[in-house]
Design a protein around this ligand. Structure first.
Ligand code: 430
Length: 353
């Protein structure tokens, strides 16, 4: 059954969140049910046919990715009069990991070890889904895995986002010549322009998990030349000692300069899942208790909203009871009155005499 196409008027814009690779991103609300989403506004005016083709390809790619740890694509709207494409996606209340890292740096506190494992685990699940061959020929490499591209929903579930620069990789098709990605997370093989494959996404993941712990990337440099040397050297400081040696060890596995030495996603999932066996509710509660800032404020805000709603409900209940009482009283009066005026046919009529 073809579903009805969404229209711009179906939504109201709440606020501009920021801009990404293709354009502005806004928080929106669907008027019909007040559900909140985001949309990416992509101005395709002045794009070449090839670029437009790539855009269509990206949207089709987004549509294909259905995984609990990947930002969910909902719909698209084309505004031909303004040459703008609106890509509607799931709203992630917790913001990005870049926001979280920035907040933690400011607060001078580290993220909980358990939370790092959880993020690690969920990104692995998302990557596993991306790297999975689709219909035997296609697989998707993320190629821009960085904290700004990983989001948290209201329940602190991890959502991998922005496939703006991801490409469908066909068999034996190397994209080594295309220079994309955050330089800090670039793998040694990207610097030397060798093949880019799944293992390069794992290097970036190693950098991301490292940064979650240390709150700064494993390799930094004043310029790209120095950075390339440091990355190729592959030497980095241990993550802070508040984090387990197992975490340090698995990061070291991911940050192997030789791609073939990096573990497979399957192997990683086996070891990582050993650290995320706590019941999700317990973990979430621990994490929530320890995450200060936006998330906690959001929770408090939500509690306030619940309290407000409870107050409103109590007030409604009070009004209802009062109304019921008034009605009962009215009825009682009515019956009293009718008693006076109603005459039973058997009752003899009162005479004034
Ligand atoms: C271009 C934009 O892409 C985004 C934004 C996403 N997002 C969803 N809920 C959010 C809440 C706060 C902030 C961003 C949120 S998902 C997503 C995507 N492409 O999958 C983007 C991308 C990377 C970094 C920043 C931004 C933004 F600021 F423009 F939103």
């Amino acid at each position: 059954m073809p579903k009805t196409t969404a229209k711009l008027e179906d939504f109201e814009v709440l606020v501009t969140i920021g801009s990404g690779t293709y354009g502005t991103c806004k928080k929106i609300r669907r008027k019909a049910d007040s559900k909140v989403f985001v949309w990416k506004e992509v101005d395709y005016h002045g794009m070449t046919e090839k670029e437009k083709q790539l855009l269509v390809q990206e949207v089709n790619l987004l549509r294909e990715l259905r995984h609990p740890n990947i930002v969910r694509y909902h719909d698209r709207i084309i505004d031909r009069t303004h040459s703008t494409l609106f890509i509607i996606m799931e709203y992630c209340e917790g913001g990005s990991l870049a926001d979280l890292i920035a907040r933690k740096r400011k607060e001078k506190t580290y993220i909980e070890d358990a939370f790092v494992w959880q993020v690690f685990h969920q990104i692995l699940l998302a990557l596993e889904d991306c790297h999975r061959k689709r219909e035997g020929v296609h697989k998707i490499l993320h190629r821009d895995l960085k904290p700004a591209n990983v989001f948290l929903d209201k329940d602190l579930n991890v959502k991998l986002g922005d496939f703006g620069l991801a490409r469908i990789l066909h068999h034996n098709f190397s994209l080594a010549k295309t220079f994309v990605g955050s330089p800090y997370y670039m793998s040694p093989e990207q610097f030397t322009e060798e093949l880019y494959d799944e293992k390069s996404d794992l290097w970036s993941l190693g950098c991301l998990v490292y940064e979650l712990c240390a709150l700064s990337p494993p390799f930094t440099a004043p310029n790209q030349r120095v950075l390339a040397t440091r990355v190729r050297d592959g030497q980095f400081r241990r993550i802070p000692h508040t984090f387990s040696s197992e975490l340090q060890s698995v990061i070291a596995d991911l940050l192997q300069t030789k791609p073939s030495r990096r573990p497979s996603i399957r192997e990683l999932l086996e070891s990582v899942s050993q650290h995320t066996t706590l019941s999700p509710t317990v973990q979430r509660q621990t994490i929530l208790a320890n995450l200060t800032g936006k998330c906690e404020r959001k929770l408090i805000q939500r509690e306030d909203i619940v309290r407000e709603k409870e107050k409103a409900l109590a007030e409604r209940e009070r009004r209802l009871i009062a109304r019921e009482k008034a009605l009962a009283e009215k009825e009682r009066l009515f019956h009293k009155d009718t008693h006076v005026y109603r005459r039973s046919p058997l009752e003899p009529m009162e005479t004034n005499s």
